[in-house]
Design a protein around this ligand. Structure first.
Ligand code: BGP
Length: 481
């Protein structure tokens, strides 16, 4: 590897988290109920339930305590500093600041909590990377207007952004308006990504879907993202905004031209559409045809298009866990994957949760994305969900180290290819609640948290082998893998 171009000297090494999956403290100091707070636990086989009324006597809600980052942020950030982090990806829980989402006056206690988190990061010279919306829509907005299908959410979100930008203008530079915004191209996105709950939906993995409402919600988020960029830069011109695309890298299962075409269509819809809107500032031709062919319609105003054009982002960031195959063959074996599954790739192995591991796909994706957009790139999620075993206070997670090593090697090759890669925040800093299953058993962290699927455990932190390994990776700027 050493003959390859090195990682840039100022490369942003770190890791990621999200408020709803780590903070806990779901109802303290004025915090309101977020959509994550009404989701029960589940497993790979039994889906998470969405319960409009919280019933703790009947169900377990993992976000309510999560891994208690709210009270343990000092310890967690100190551990990040020990690993040598340059950047820490986190989100701000909207309902800490605006409990119902549509108030005009923010909750000071919520703002004060993030003041303390940013001060702690600053103490160690760690740059915050803030996701403004990461599955934390105020639940009240579901009752009020069925979430982002209603245009009013743009104004509520802008009010939230205005408060954040004014308050944190001197301590935060990097902002991500929406996590994995393109999940709204799939029906799974309704709930977590937009707070949409149509009558009849009971389970997260089996949601009633109205495509026009869902794509309207996505459009409203594009407009909100663009307006946030414009507003943010008027408050601090040094702010840097990024996409966050759940990159569903797809390959044709065979060289049958039918498979090639299907793969291209899938790629355009799932991946390119959102990137084209947020980075290029245009509504691409292929999506207009897709809407016409599928009877999807919603309002797009001239002002929306103007804002989208003017509020483009500065960098492209994406999550990358796996790849999928696409085919027209009816009987091809399937894998389930994260937001969507696909045909099984005979060359790849999958995790226990059926996510196909594909490090080379990361180099391929980085080149494709850079070729299309020509802006700096960050990989803002990547990682292995696996069961960990504690033996004498140690966790020998060589499987996780292997996964991360292989992906970092491919990032290095992509840099050597000429890709402008500026940062890496794998998922996750510490173990936290899984989005898809609500489990703790599906662990991603460098830092182990003593907590199980039923909420038992001390919440104590332990350093995994991957903690020490990543520390060396960072101190050698990616030379020592
Ligand atoms: C991404 C989400 C993260 C994270 C990750 C792992 O889609 O942005 O919040 O949870 O996936 O997924 P899971 O928790 O389902 O294993």
């Amino acid at each position: 590897m050493s003959s390859l171009k090195p990682f840039p000297q100022d490369f942003l090494w770190g890791a990621a988290s999200a408020a709803n999956q780590c903070e806990g403290a779901w109802n303290v100091e004025g915090k309101g109920v977020s959509i994550s707070d009404v989701m029960t636990s589940g497993t790979h086989k039994s889906p998470r339930r969405i319960t409009p009324t919280i019933d703790e006597s009947k169900y377990f809600y993992p976000s309510h305590e999560a891994v208690d980052f709210y009270h343990r942020y000092k310890e967690d950030i100190a551990l990040c500093a020990e690993m040598g982090f340059k950047i820490f990806r986190m989100s701000i829980n909207w309902t800490r600041i605006f409990p119902q989402g549509n108030e005009t006056v923010p909750n000071e206690a919520g703002l004060a909590f993030y003041d303390k988190v940013f001060a702690e990061l600053k103490k160690y010279n760690i740059e915050p990377l803030v996701t403004i919306y990461h599955n934390e829509n105020p639940f009240c907005l579901t009752g009020l207007c069925n979430g982002w299908q209603d245009r009013r959410c743009i104004d509520y979100y802008m009010n939230f952004c205005q408060v954040l930008f004014e308050r944190y203008k001197d301590v935060v530079k990097y902002w991500i308006p929406f996590n994995e915004i393109n999940c709204l191209t799939t029906k799974l996105g309704n709930w977590n990504h937009a707070g949409i709950l149509h009558p009849g939906t009971e389970f997260f993995t089996d949601q009633v879907d109205e495509p026009s409402a869902r794509f309207a919600a996505l459009h409203h988020q594009f407009v909100a993202s663009a307006r946030a960029v414009k507003l943010g830069k008027s408050i601090n011109p040094n702010f840097r905004f990024g996409t966050m695309i759940c990159h569903i890298t797809v390959y044709p299962l065979t060289c049958d031209p039918e498979d090639i075409l299907l793969t291209q269509q899938e790629d355009m819809l799932r991946n390119c559409f959102s990137g084209d809107v947020q980075v290029k500032g245009i509504y691409p031709y292929y999506i207009r045809r897709y809407f016409e062919r599928n009877g999807i319609s919603f309002e797009i105003t001239q002002q929306d298009l103007q804002d989208i054009k003017e509020g483009t982002v500065d960098f492209y960031s994406f999550s990358y866990y796996m790849s999928n195959c696409i085919t027209g063959q009816k009987n091809a074996a399937q894998v389930s994957g994260n937001v969507m599954g696909g045909a099984k790739n005979p060359y790849l192995k999958a995790t226990e949760w059926d996510w196909q591991i594909d490090p080379k796909g990361l180099r391929y994706t980085l080149n494709r994305v850079y070729d299309r957009y020509q802006v700096p790139i960050m990989v803002t999620e990547n990682g292995l969900g696996a069961r960990d075993v504690v033996e004498d206070g140690k966790i020998h997670d060589d499987y996780r180290i292997d996964y991360l090593r292989q992906h970092i090697e491919q990032m290095r090759l992509a840099i050597d290819d000429g890709v402008d890669l500026i940062g890496y925040t794998p998922w996750s800093t510490m173990d936290l609640v899984s989005v898809s299953t609500g489990e703790m058993a599906k662990r991603y962290g460098f830092i182990y948290v003593d907590r199980d699927d039923a909420g038992n455990g001390t919440q104590n932190r332990l350093k995994k082998d991957s903690f020490y390994w990543y520390q060396k990776v960072i101190s050698s700027n990616g030379e020592n893998l």
